[in-house]
Design a protein around this ligand. Structure first.
Ligand SMILES: C[S@@+](CC[C@H](N)C(=O)[O-])C[C@H]1O[C@@H](n2cnc3c(N)ncnc32)[C@H](O)[C@@H]1O
Length: 203
């Protein structure tokens, strides 16, 4: 009897590529699915970071990597001016659908925000530090766009962090940030433990 080889499971490379298409660099059908999953799965963390930022109505907020725009939307209901910088055209479309003209959505990334020096009071970034190709350049860029006294709030699934949260705080300090605080937060539901960080650009 001849036996035909049974189909082998997809290798880790295929799985990694699919995850990247869905969540890391969302595009196509997987990006659409990822956008829906992130809208639900990461909502609590996005709201948590907006809450921690204590936004004021006269503040300008930069949201880096907003994905489907849950945090961007929440920030846009509290702050005076809100800008989202997002490399994925598909996610930019979702942000615009969600926020309308309450937020400006631009192409860019953490190391290239297109914002002017000292133009933002607050930078928020959730679940994308693990995607920054050059973290020192990205921290330097976020430091540049914050006004003196401006604050950075960052959150990411701890298990996906490329370095420990304390090392991440060290990288932020190397870019000039002070008053570094880092902690973990357990979101409600099934979302993974979040590593979070707060930092200030000295006044
Ligand atoms: C895992 S999703 C997180 C989206 C959203 N903040 C959330 O938590 O649901 C990562 C997002 O970061 C964006 N991204 C990828 N590389 C980036 C970079 N270098 N700088 C800023 N954002 C990036 C992706 O396009 C994607 O929308």
């Amino acid at each position: 009897m001849s036996t035909s080889p049974s189909p082998s499971p997809p290798g880790p490379g295929v799985l990694d590529a699919a995850l990247d298409r869905a969540f890391g660099h969302p595009s196509g059908l997987l990006g659409r699915l990822g956008g829906k999953l992130m809208t639900v799965g990461n909502a609590a963390t996005e709201h948590r970071i907006v809450d921690l930022a204590r936004l004021e109505p006269d503040e300008t907020v930069l949201v880096v990597g907003p994905g489907p725009g849950v945090g961007l939307d929440a920030a846009s209901r509290l702050a005076g001016e809100v800008i989202g910088v997002e490399p994925s055209p598909q996610m930019r479309e979702l942000c615009t659908d969600r926020c309308g003209d309450r937020a400006e959505v631009r192409a860019g990334d953490a190391a290239r925000t297109g914002c002017e020096d000292a133009s933002a009071d607050v930078v928020l970034t959730v679940n994308n530090v693990q995607l920054w190709e050059d973290r020192p350049a990205a921290f330097a860029e976020l430091f540049r766009v914050l006004r003196p006294g401006g604050r950075l709030l960052l959150s990411a699934h701890e298990k996906w962090l490329p370095v420990t949260r304390h090392e991440l705080a060290g990288e932020a300090a190397a870019a000039g940030f002070t008053d570094l605080q880092t902690w973990t937060w357990d979101p409600p539901g099934f979302a993974a433990l979040a590593a979070q960080l707060r930092a200030v650009k000295p006044g």
